[in-house]
Design a protein around this ligand. Structure first.
Ligand code: IPE
Ligand code: IPE
Ligand code: MG
Ligand code: MG
Ligand code: MG
Length: 296
């Protein structure tokens, strides 16, 4: 499978999940519209692709990871919906379209985010094929719940808001903490879920943890670099937002050049880890190469 094939199957599966639920709903149809709106907008679906490709690379099959991959995209969309709220990053544009709260209002956007977290967890339980054992299923569910909350994204977003209160004047430990939790935690959820569902051994799991952390940190630095060097049109979200909001980023703290160097170092680590894990993946290579090219 290539990236586009994975993306298409994830998109189609998500559409089906939402359609089924919306049909059964009564006075709450709006919530399904709001939930599916952000999830189905054309994002890169990177976390789902990593989840599926990791399962494929470790056991030859990706199908048993499809429900988890879709759930992780729901959780990701939730983090974006809440991240864009006026009380957080206050962003009107997401994936090239008005942010969730701009279309549905703040109250529904908050509810849609809440509902996506639990719908994701339900999806893992209801839609993962029965031949996947309960042990793997519980590991995936536990990690999903951990990543969603105060041991994951919420911790990172809270540390991010604390940094904003200090007008972005924080030390590198605090910055790494923000990146590890607000961003790497969800990549870890995606990559490790794929590994758990593939029945990976402890050695492989440890390498996948390392991969997740290196990629997650690289990805947030990449996002912070793009915020500075790209246009709103290219990004599909408001460019130049981090400095304006007084965000702490690798770029605001250390400058663009250092940020690019750190990004390249972390991406090189990813290649090394994939090699060590004996993972041959055109999908991983393609994603890493594309990111490198874009911030050259
Ligand atoms: C945006 O993630 C949020 C960050 C962690 C920086 P993506 O850049 O993967 O967003 P989509 O899914 O493509 O919209
Ligand atoms: C992304 O941080 C973290 C989450 C959404 C959880 P950003 O605030 O930099 O993400 P964008 O730039 O709005 O996508
Ligand atoms: Mg943010
Ligand atoms: Mg933001
Ligand atoms: Mg950003």
């Amino acid at each position: 499978m290539n990236i586009n094939q994975y993306k298409d199957i994830v998109q189609k599966t998500l559409e089906d999940y939402f359609k089924e639920c919306k049909e059964k709903s009564e006075y709450e149809k709006t919530i399904w519209d709001a939930m599916s709106y952000t999830v189905l907008l054309p994002g890169k679906k990177l976390r789902a692709v990593f989840c599926l490709e990791t399962a494929r690379a470790l056991c030859g099959k990706w199908e048993q990871a499809l429900a988890a991959a879709c759930a992780i995209e729901m959780l990701h969309a939730q983090s974006l919906i809440h991240d864009d709220l006026p009380c957080m990053d206050n962003d009107d544009l997401r994936r090239g379209k008005p942010s969730n709260h701009k279309v549905f209002g703040e109250a529904i956007a908050v509810l849609a985010g809440d509902a996506l977290i639990s719908f994701g967890a339900q999806t893992i339980l209801d839609k993962t094929p029965a031949y996947v054992g309960n042990e793997a299923l519980l590991k995936v569910l536990r990690l999903y719940l951990k990543s969603a909350g105060a041991f994951g994204i919420v911790a990172g977003q809270c540390a991010d808001m604390e940094a904003e209160k200090k007008s972005g004047q924080i030390d590198s430990m605090h910055l790494k903490y923000i990146h590890a939790y607000k961003t790497a935690a969800l990549f870890e959820c995606a990559i490790l879920s794929g590994a758990f569902l593939a029945g990976a051994n402890e050695y492989e799991i440890n390498l996948m943890k390392e991969l997740s952390m290196n990629f997650g940190l690289a990805f947030q630095i990449y996002d912070d670099i793009l915020d500075v060097i790209s246009t709103t049109d290219e990004l599909g979200k408001t460019a130049g937002k981090d400095e304006k909001e007084g965000k702490a980023t690798y770029v605001t703290l250390f400058g663009l050049q250092k940020a690019k160097e750190k990004f390249n170092e972390l991406i090189s680590n990813c290649y090394d880890i994939l090699k060590k894990a004996e993972i041959e993946s055109g999908v991983y290579d393609c994603i890493l190469n594309k990111m490198r090219e874009r911030v050259k």
